[in-house]
Design a protein around this ligand. Structure first.
Ligand code: GDP
Ligand code: MG
Length: 181
């Protein structure tokens, strides 16, 4: 077996309102194919996912879950510190959680920039798409426009329940992070 030449460790944040499916997405993603472990700390959970990105590159993703503080609608700088990317999640069945997306993005951008001064890459997740499409997500052009305006690198309809698009969304985020380095 060829030894990988490049190893990356990326801290990724998973943020968004309470109940949108952040923990479920992480559990689905991490327990799917690769070895994983969870470590509960005060207020924050970590999960580790190892991606064999290409024959030369291993990417380790340290996914940071919020445990309860999301009800305040913002996080501390300490929590955001040294993150390389983020998923902002909303629940397609609850429009209020989409309205909170821009607020989460602003909170993140106001507290965190990459060492090179750029904003971190963020992918928007329209979760619970197994519950039926909402009007907003149905309008893909509107979503594309929203992402452009708010500086998301992309968006995906996801389902933690049915395992839809979670790997794809992660690949999109990692691709942008690698390109930014
Ligand atoms: P969090 O507060 O953002 O971490 O949300 P949770 O992961 O705890 O999920 C909140 C609720 O939504 C739980 O009852 C989950 O089972 C449910 N849920 C999460 N993701 C999905 C999904 O993709 N589809 C459906 N139908 N339910 C989901
Ligand atoms: Mg949770």
């Amino acid at each position: 077996m060829q030894t990988p030449h490049k190893e990356h460790l990326y801290k990724l944040l998973v943020i968004g309102d309470l109940g949108v499916g952040k923990t479920s997405i992480i559990k689905r993603y991490v327990h799917q194919n690769f070895s994983s472990h969870y470590r509960a700390t005060i207020g924050v959970d970590f999960a580790l996912k190892v991606l064999h990105w290409d024959p030369e590159t291993v990417v380790r993703l340290q996914l940071w879950d919020i445990a309860g503080q999301e009800r305040f609608g913002n996080m501390t700088r300490v929590y955001y510190r040294e993150a390389m990317g983020a998923f902002i999640v909303f629940d397609v069945t609850r429009p209020a959680t989409f309205e909170a997306v821009a607020k989460w993005k602003n909170d993140l951008d106001s507290k965190l920039t990459l060492p090179n001064g750029k904003p971190v890459s963020v992918v928007l997740l329209a979760n619970k798409c197994d519950q039926g499409k909402d009007v907003l997500v149905n309008n893909g052009l509107k979503m594309d426009q929203f992402c452009k305006e708010h500086g998301f690198v992309g968006w995906f309809e996801t389902s933690a329940k049915e395992n839809i698009n979670i790997d794809e969304a992660s690949r999109c985020l990692v691709k942008h992070i690698l390109a930014n380095e």
